[in-house]
Design a protein around this ligand. Structure first.
Ligand SMILES: [Fe+2]
Ligand SMILES: [Fe+2]
Length: 137
């Protein structure tokens, strides 16, 4: 399981809070998968995936609006990456996950957590200094 760590901080309180929330929702999927009780958790997982998709859309819009308002030149590449991830999440929630295969579910959650972590560390970090210099906290 992965948790938000200090190295994920962009020094902007609101955005750090939103990133923490993304990890929290992601962890909920882990918890369901790790139950290992031979029950079918397909619906539960889909529910959390939908929650994650909604919150991700909200977070990405928040970041993009901030970048637009401050004229941050990272906007375009952020929009591109954000769009890719939303499309991927929507595909996952559209498509049936094979109910018998926890491996598939683990693959999905692994992909999600790795994508979010990688995006924060590689891409969101690029606007950190820009916003910090603008005095955003
Ligand atoms: Fe972000
Ligand atoms: Fe982002």
């Amino acid at each position: 399981m992965i948790k938000w760590k200090e190295e994920f901080s962009v020094n902007i309180r609101e955005i750090d809070e939103q990133h923490k929330r993304l990890f929290e929702i992601g962890s909920k999927i882990y918890e369901i998968i790790e139950l290992n009780d031979n029950c079918d958790h397909y619906d539960d997982i889909m529910e959390v995936l939908n929650e994650l998709t909604d919150y991700t859309v909200f977070h990405f819009e928040f970041e993009e609006n901030l970048m637009r308002n401050y004229g941050c030149e990272e906007l375009e590449s952020q929009q591109f990456e954000h769009m890719f991830f939303i499309k991927k999440l929507k595909k996952l929630t559209d498509k049936d996950i094979d109910k018998q295969q926890t491996e598939t579910e683990s693959d999905i959650i692994k992909f999600i957590i790795e994508w979010i972590s990688g995006h924060i560390l590689k891409s969101d970090m690029k606007y950190k200094q820009f916003f910090n210099e603008k005095g955003l906290k």
